[in-house]
Unconditional design. Structure first.
Length: 325
């Protein structure tokens, strides 16, 4: 499975790196001397120390802080102290295992599986939804980063995202600008999209450039979300990171086209942030309610909640696959 890990703004020059983790696996993503993006399992082949401890930086090689084994940016072991005294030691057998990397516009994705589907296979219709919304991914660049720690299981966070039954209760300022009757959920395969038309009078009037005229909010199984807000060109990425059974870290990265001014950026950012802040208490409360063990089966209203219904099917499919091996 492909996971969003960061953006090209973090890896502008050769030697730039950042570290992250995919589930329990520490990963380092670097731009090597040739300019290529590379991912490595960030676990030393000697005794397992994490090779790179910093969150980000620039290095010419990757040296483990424990016994100073040194790896090239492409993951090959270059040097290990006293290596020449070790009979039969072959550094070629001690490269950092590769992690697959793919780029989509400014977004960088990583995949631990060597036999993975391509990013395009996993993301299915998403690129064409982005294009249809009027967004050119080549024209956006990173502006803002934010992290929220939510005390709820990741699936509770996703289910909240996939319905707007709660919108008139929880998001009064959002529904003021929205044609809620025209809100629709479009399930594809791995992608579930919410199309949210903005009321005519609230569409931003922009003289100097194309404008996106309806919100298009897409969830990609299992942990990725891409929000396109109405207005000038922007793309808001959310990556969910399950931390514990009842804890999820939500990483936000915001991308805008160059013509988006600081004030417009602030306004769009506030819109997204406010909605999320309104959702968090509900989601955390649901987690406490579910953890109580007193709600064996909830009752979905399928006129309003096909998103969560469809999502539950994806969960079931994944569990069945796991069960069957
Ligand atoms: S664990 Fe990395 S050099 Fe020993
Ligand atoms: Fe919400």
């Amino acid at each position: 499975v492909w996971h969003y890990v960061g953006h090209v703004g973090q890896l502008a020059k050769p030697g730039d790196f950042f570290t992250t983790r995919l589930d329990r696996v520490p990963v380092v993503v670097v731009r090597d001397e040739t300019g290529a993006l590379r991912g490595h399992v960030n676990v030393c082949r000697h005794r397992g120390c994490e090779v790179v401890h910093d969150a980000s930086g620039n290095r010419r090689s990757l040296q483990c802080p424990y016994h100073a084994w040194t790896y090239a940016l492409d993951g090959r072991l270059l040097a290990a102290p006293k290596a020449k005294d070790q009979p039969g030691f072959d550094p070629a057998e001690c490269s950092l295992p590769p992690v697959q990397i793919e780029q989509w516009g400014p977004l960088i994705f990583a995949n631990l599986s060597g036999a993975a589907r391509t990013l395009a296979e996993q993301f299915e219709v998403l690129p064409s939804l982005v294009t249809d919304a009027g967004i050119d991914f080549a024209s956006v660049s990173f502006r803002r980063h934010d992290v929220h720690n939510v005390n709820a299981n990741w699936k509770v966070v996703v289910e909240n995202y996939l319905e707007c039954y709660h919108c008139s209760v929880v998001h009064p300022s959002f529904i003021k600008t929205t044609n809620l009757e025209e809100f629709r959920i479009v399930p594809y395969g791995n992608v579930i999209t919410e199309v949210v038309p903005t009321k005519e009078e609230y569409l931003p009037r922009v003289a100097d450039g194309p404008v996106v005229n309806q919100g298009c909010y897409s969830y990609v199984w299992p942990l990725f979300i891409l929000n396109i807000f109405p207005g000038k060109t922007s793309a808001f990425v959310r990556q969910l990171i399950p931390v514990a059974v009842d804890k999820t870290q939500v990483v936000y990265d915001f991308f805008y086209a160059d013509e988006v001014s600081a004030e417009e950026e602030e306004e769009l950012w506030q819109t997204g942030d406010q909605i999320f802040r309104e959702d968090i208490p509900m989601v955390e409360s649901v987690q406490r309610g579910l953890s109580s063990g007193t709600l064996e089966v909830g009752r979905l209203f399928l006129t309003e909640e096909v998103g969560p219904q469809y999502f539950k099917k994806l969960v079931l499919k994944a569990l069945t696959r796991e069960h069957e091996g």
